[in-house]
Design a protein around this ligand. Structure first.
Ligand SMILES: O=P(O)(O)OC[C@H]1O[C@H](O[C@H]2O[C@H](CO)[C@@H](O)[C@H](O)[C@H]2O)[C@H](O)[C@@H](O)[C@@H]1O
Length: 254
């Protein structure tokens, strides 16, 4: 990939951020560190981004994290992140220690029923697929015809998405149903407190990242990746821009 130029305002914000004593550099995974691809299992990271994130994690008084909708174990396997990078899965709910609250038998049973519904839908609509995670499941429609994608999503909405205890997230060519509350904003709050950092940089491309951007303060930097409404103050076009942001911060913190 080619280098992306950062605009002057973003460059200045990154310099001010990097001048803070203790910082956290955190990013979403899919659509940021990895480009969006047809099959979720093929989402490998942009090498420049992972190298820069590892450099940040190794720099003095600098923490690095990936905060993803993925199952934490899948995030570890796909990203190839070292133990130096903090991984948070399940849209901000899944830490190395597990979930904030134990997942109940009732929630496990609800998830089992949702997965069964999704598998039934997926069997009816070619090109759709089901991803099962510890507290949620995702119906993917990226590889279905537009008509089949719309029909599958509509049936998911009117079916399991309407059940009691189900949290609905709309993402990129997916609908995701969780049996616990998830929030990347909560994840950032928890990381900020645990790591005792003075400022946070967060990059994200999807609707779930807006909960993280909403938790950023005046000393923090939020970078939206791609188009769409956002609470972030800065924007880059694509994962190539993410790599440039991370490389810039890594160089400033070295
Ligand atoms: O929070 P993220 O790290 O951005 O994870 C969000 C979801 O990402 C994955 O799905 C998305 O990426 C896939 C691979 O590029 C793409 O095929 C799919 O259409 C996208 O929605 C992942 O599969 C989900 O589990 C995550 O929730």
């Amino acid at each position: 990939m080619t280098e992306t130029m950062l605009d002057d305002a973003l460059r200045a914000a990154l310099e001010a951020f990097a001048a803070r004593p203790r910082v956290l550099v955190a990013s979403d995974y899919d659509g940021c560190v990895s480009p969006i691809v047809a099959r979720p299992e093929d989402a490998v990271p942009e090498p420049r981004s992972m190298a820069a994130l590892e450099q940040c994690a190794a720099a003095p008084r600098t923490a690095a994290a990936l905060v993803s909708g993925r199952a934490r174990a899948d995030l570890r396997a796909l990203s190839g992140a070292s133990e130096n990078i903090t991984l948070v899965g399940s849209h901000g709910a899944e830490f190395a220690e597990g979930f904030d609250d134990p997942v109940t038998d009732g929630q496990r049973e609800l998830l089992r029923r949702i997965v069964a519904e999704f598998r039934g839908l997926s069997a009816r609509f070619p090109g759709t697929s089901v991803e099962v995670k510890p507290v949620s499941t995702t119906l993917h429609v990226r590889n279905a015809s537009p008509a089949d994608a719309d029909a599958a999503l509509a049936l998911a909405e009117s079916g399991p998405a309407s059940w009691d205890g189900v949290q609905v997230t709309h993402g990129k060519a997916v609908i995701e149903l969780a049996v616990i509350e998830t929030s990347k904003g909560h994840a950032l709050d928890r990381l900020r407190a645990a790591l005792e950092v003075d400022a946070v940089l967060y990059l994200g491309d999807d609707v779930t990242d807006e909960k993280a951007f909403a938790r950023l303060g005046p000393d923090d930097v939020g970078v939206k990746v791609g188009d769409g409404p956002t609470a972030a103050h800065f924007r880059v076009a694509d994962p190539n821009g993410v790599a440039t942001v991370l490389e810039t911060v890594a160089a400033l913190r070295r």
